[in-house]
Design a protein around this ligand. Structure first.
Ligand SMILES: NC(=O)C1=CN([C@@H]2O[C@H](COP(=O)(O)OP(=O)(O)OC[C@H]3O[C@@H](n4cnc5c(N)ncnc54)[C@H](O)[C@@H]3O)[C@@H](O)[C@H]2O)C=CC1
Ligand SMILES: O=C([O-])CC(=O)C(=O)O
Length: 354
């Protein structure tokens, strides 16, 4: 909203609160909003009653680009929706519970965020979640293909390296696949890389940018600290190795600290809200919106790969290349490929066989 519009809304609000009959002021207020509001955008969070889903629902409620917020889960969403709906921001909130309400939750959606599924416990890998989460993702994507085939899908459910290929196969089978509209959310890796780099390089975290490429599990997460901005402090090779390992193990660090009570939820909700916001900005025509994401890609010989992606009115506008890599990063890239390939193939095989 432009400053002049904010001032006009504020003065309308003042008039509304000082008037005994505030109907005309309310009318003025709604005109002021509708004149300058961004386009109507409906987004859904699937798994909205969970550890990620709840704070993500709140963060999306705070996003002025959202006009309709649809909260879906197999249980618990009426309470979450009632709670979040009291926050005095633009979007109208509705809760949906159980599979027979999934269609209504999805109809008309521009963006669907999926944090549905089980999280890790200590000692597990993300791939150990495959058996349960693959089926959940398949069911949800089948419904997306039916009720909102044009939505941008933000996949958070793990293992992302396999759930994104599963989603692609489900959409292909339904005849709705558009490679520009399917995203594995790897923003938390970027968030972590930025935080850890800022701490080590002693630079203000708000100024830091670090691309993270590859996938979203262990060594498939490849932060490119050689391209970190701002440069300027001399990190040793050992520092870069340690930062890389910490970024790759960031999820496990949280799983162990939570000691059986799940994995990252708050930082993931933050990361998920950043990525969804970028998708909305792209849809709304904001120029030069770039985030890393795990997408269909020709950047390497693998069919899906995370790298910087420019977002536009139809989703992916351009998948950006990797840029120049240090020898350490080149080595990391070659090491991650077999694991990432196997995870992608596992997802595709599951989708075909079930
Ligand atoms: N991409 C990433 O960077 C990250 C991914 N994750 C993943 O996100 C997923 C969710 O994690 P949390 O929220 O911590 O788990 P959680 O167990 O707290 O919440 C999951 C929610 O999904 C719901 N759910 C289960 N089956 C469903 C279905 N068929 N339809 C709709 N909802 C369903 C559950 O009822 C629950 O409310 C996990 O797979 C986790 O590994 C977690 C952190 C980071
Ligand atoms: O580690 C996990 O299981 C959850 C996750 O993907 C992350 O925190 O990066």
């Amino acid at each position: 909203m432009r400053p002049s519009m904010i001032r006009s809304v504020q003065s309308a609000l003042r008039r509304a609160s000082s008037s005994s009959s505030s109907t005309s002021s309310r009318h003025l207020l709604s005109r002021a909003y509708s004149a300058d509001a961004s386009p109507e955008r409906k987004i859904a969070v699937l798994g909205a009653a969970g550890g990620i889903g709840q704070p993500l629902a709140l963060l999306m409620k705070l996003n002025p680009l959202v006009s309709h917020l649809s909260l879906y889960d197999i249980a618990g969403t009426p309470g979450v929706a009632a709670d979040v709906s009291h926050v005095n921001t633009r979007s109208e909130v509705k809760g949906y519970v159980g599979e027979d309400q999934l269609g209504a939750a999805l109809e008309g959606c521009d963006v669907v965020i999926i944090p549905a599924g089980v999280p890790r416990k200590p000692g597990m890998t993300r791939d150990d979640l495959f058996n349960i989460n693959a089926g959940i993702v398949k069911t949800l994507c089948t419904a997306i293909a039916k009720y909102c085939p044009n939505a941008l899908v933000n996949m958070i459910s793990n293992p992302v390296n396999s759930t994104v290929p599963i989603a692609a196969e489900v959409f292909k089978k339904a005849g709705t696949y558009n490679e520009k509209k399917l995203f594995g959310v790897t923003t938390l890796d970027v968030v972590r890389a930025k935080t850890f780099y800022a701490g080590k390089a002693k630079v203000p975290v708000s100024e830091v940018d670090v691309p993270v490429v590859g996938g979203h599990a262990g060594i498939t997460i490849l932060p490119l600290f050689s391209q970190a901005k701002p440069q300027g402090s001399n990190l040793s090779d050992e520092d870069v190795k340690a930062l890389t390992k910490r970024t790759q193990d960031g999820g496990t660090e949280v799983v162990e600290a939570k000691a059986g009570k799940g994995s990252a939820t708050l930082s993931m909700a933050y990361a998920g809200s950043i990525f969804a916001d970028a998708c909305l900005k792209g849809l709304n025509g904001v120029p030069d919106v770039v985030e890393c994401s795990f997408v269909q890609s020709a950047v390497t010989d693998l069919p899906f790969f995370a790298s910087k992606v420019r977002l536009g009115k139809d989703g992916v506008e351009e998948v950006l290349g990797l840029g120049s890599l240090s020898d350490f990063e080149k080595e990391g890239l070659e090491k991650l490929k077999p694991e990432l390939k196997a995870s992608i193939e596992k997802g595709i095989k599951f989708a075909h066989g079930n």
